[in-house]
Design a binder for this molecule. Sequence first.
Ligand code: AMP
Length: 373
Amino acid sequence: MDTPVSPTVACIGGGQLGRMLGLAALPLGIRMEFVDPVVGAPAGEIGPLHIGELDERGVIRPLLERATVVTYEWEGVPADIVSWIEEQRRPPVYPPAAALRASQDRLYEKTLFRQLDVGTPDFLPVDSFADLEDAVAVLGAPAVLKTRRGGYDGKGQHVLRVPADAPVAWAALGGVPLILEAFVPFDRELSVLAVRGRDGSTECWPVVENHHSEGMLRRSNAPAPGLTPELQAAAVAIATRMLDELLYVGVLAIELFDVGGRLLANEMAPRVHNSGHWTIEGAVTSQFENHVRAILGWPLGSTETRGVSTMLNCIGVMPAPADILAVPGAHLHDYGKTPRHARKLGHVTVVADDADTLHDRVDRVLAVLPADG
Ligand code: AMP
């Protein structure tokens, strides 16, 4: 019998998501290597870090020779490099370039959702000030003007409270392709994470509830409080339609608005996602482990929960480890990044058997979690 060769996963991007993928891969005997332009990027402590632009063929080409499979950990990775790797045919790269491309343009993304019968906020493309005036006339106000490409963490957006805000919004964002969306008076923000294997098998974690401020995710509650089987089924249906349409392999996250129990899709991320960090301790199989299992063609692990969880991001400043670890059920993750205002430096996941205990533990963690300076 041949000795099985331990697989190597090449990951484009070496941020905290790459680092957590690498941490999940290690016990499975998988080596990971990373490409990132930043010396000292967080994943470099886990596996070899090759410094280069994320689409630098000279850096990526040698990796293709030893990698079993290629993946990426950021939706800003140039889609052309993923297409180029797909064209090489070996090794495979997942998720597919088509998913990355769709996620990089809000107009394509929302059009794809609609084509698959997934509800979205109403939207219109805007390429000129006249388009914006026409779109406001159709969609009304309030509305959200967004850049089609490149926006993240709430950047590249402007809310029009009234139609007369159009010139200010145009002055702020005009000049690049835009999209105007009707403002959705949602009850809460949710996300669904799903994973699809190379054989088409699919698993979904329970829908989680997300709290943002200043455009950044602060907290995820898993499962979303009051999650009904109907809501979970609706989210699973959305995720499954997207995964199957895109012949997707790996973890996909879809951000949703809950409007009176109806789900509208806001955006998708073709990668492991911040709102899935709770799965490391709060689920039987984490999003990171299932992503590597999926891309290697291995069986997927159960996405069932282990109790109830809350994930709190550490933004701008890290807490003292001992303060967090003094709280039962609290797990600290430090990404090893230099502190900077509005930067995600780590997270804390708090796990408990029941909602009341979780609540008490989260309060204790919040009391020692420093505010961003
Ligand atoms: P995005 O970059 O599209 O994820 O938007 C960032 C945040 O802005 C979302 O998490 C929502 O809180 C808010 N937002 C985005 N689009 C809309 C919309 N059409 N209606 C209401 N709020 C929105």
